[in-house]
Write a protein that binds this ligand. Structure first.
Ligand code: ATP
Ligand code: MG
Length: 385
């Protein structure tokens, strides 16, 4: 028996009360966009589910795309039929015959109150048909197969298969964040985790040509193309960083260069975040991963900004981050060799416990404010979609 539609379930969304309508509209937009290559599909956007009607298309590629869309809790493969008890019985039997297992349970919801048979009676009429025509036994506690029947105004849906999806909130419901994207493994994972919470990202990258090459930008574009699966259009702001960086190495002790460089990055990220109405900045820092990511360093670095700084992967170790990177298919791109501005100027003995007054001493030696303004004025923005 062919499935006619995919029932999209929201889960977490259901608790959001009066914002629910907006959430559903946003999710429906995201779904339509992700499936734009399939013009044959039609959609029913209802208050408690969205139905993607297959119109004879194969369900598998569609399910694979839907599984990654943030805000979808689960997907059920359904057969839509007329609300007629004989048709319901036959469909239930045919569907359950396709399943493997020894026990089953029938559940029923009757949204259409004009349908003359109440849920319990529908179950009492359907279950005997299955018992009589198969070897299956009833188990109401731990059935191998759950057969669900939903009688709604527009028809009746029967299904046995439910697939878990990515959960989270629809992209767009939580506002915008400016993500510091380096081309390494961590920041794409941090990006994905934020998108799953419904956050829209804009990305900022600090480029130091000629020390860093154009190949880094190509790499970032490839990473963002993978992330387009979760957010269909992503802005990448490329900030010219060479002048600031060379100046830092002129004025500061080598062991403080990374701390100061990261303070400059934070200042730039905050400026750009404000300019583009982002409510926070984010990055791929993980506690203790390198010298600039000790809590002592973070304290001295974050001190330069007012805006919240979100570190989605701060508690994950590298192996956990790599696992997610592989799952979202950014890992292979991230490990391509490249020259990052951090690796090129990497000092031999970076401070793990930088002192604020020392940092300030070095920073006073140059007019970084005007260099920051100049860099912001020369940002090159591209959109990946
Ligand atoms: P990643 O694997 O994401 O590059 P990392 O382990 O290499 O992280 P660092 O290079 O120390 O860590 O950088 C920490 C974070 O700072 C990165 O995850 C990223 O968010 C940000 N960052 C570092 N370099 C840049 C850059 N050139 N442009 C934008 N953000 C950067
Ligand atoms: Mg890096």
């Amino acid at each position: 028996m062919k499935y006619t539609s995919i029932m999209v379930r929201f889960g977490e969304l259901s608790t959001k009360g009066k914002n629910k309508k907006d959430f559903i509209r946003m999710l429906a937009d995201n779904i339509r966009h992700a499936l734009k290559e399939y013009p044959e599909l039609t959609y029913d956007v209802l208050y408690d589910h969205i139905y993607v009607n297959l119109n004879d298309l194969d369900y598998e590629p569609i399910v694979n795309i839907l599984k990654d869309i943030s805000g979808i809790q689960a997907l059920s493969l359904v057969v839509k039929i007329a609300s007629d008890i004989e048709v319901i019985k036959n469909t239930a039997l045919e569907l359950i015959k396709q399943e493997k297992g020894r026990t089953f349970k029938v559940t029923c919801k009757r949204g259409n109150k004009r349908f003359p048979i109440v849920s319990d009676d529908i179950i009492r009429m359907v279950a005997p048909v299955i018992l009589k025509n198969t070897n299956l036994k009833v188990d109401v506690h731990q059935p191998d197969i759950k057969l669900s029947i939903e009688v709604r105004d527009e028809g009746t849906y029967v299904f046995t298969k439910t697939i878990l999806a990515s959960g989270g909130y629809p992209i767009g419901v939580a506002g915008k964040v400016m993500m510091m994207l380096s081309g390494g493994i961590d920041s794409p994972v941090a990006s994905y985790l934020l998108m799953k919470r419904g956050v829209i990202l804009e990305c900022i990258h600090f480029a130091s040509p000629p020390y860093t090459s154009e190949a880094v930008i190509d790499k970032l574009k490839d990473i963002l193309k993978q992330l387009n699966k979760f957010q269909y259009s992503i802005k990448l702001h490329i900030v010219p960083f060479t002048k600031i960086q060379t100046k830092i190495y002129e004025v500061s002790d080598e062991s403080y260069a990374i701390t100061i460089m990261r303070r400059m990055m934070y200042r730039l990220a905050e400026k750009l975040a404000d300019k583009h109405k982002c409510l926070a900045v984010a990055n791929g820092e993980s506690i203790g991963q390198v010298a600039s990511q000790t809590l002592d360093s973070m304290r001295v670095i974050e001190e330069v900004v007012k805006i919240p700084v979100i570190r989605p992967v701060c508690v994950l170790d590298k192996l956990e981050i790599i696992k997610i990177a592989k799952q979202i298919k950014t890992y292979e791109i991230s490990i391509r060799p490249f020259e990052d501005c951090c690796t090129i100027f990497a000092p031999k003995n970076p401070k793990t416990k930088p002192r604020l007054h020392e940092v300030e001493f070095f920073e006073k030696k140059f007019d970084y404010e005007s260099l920051i303004d100049e860099a912001i004025a020369n940002v090159n923005t591209i959109t990946i979609s």
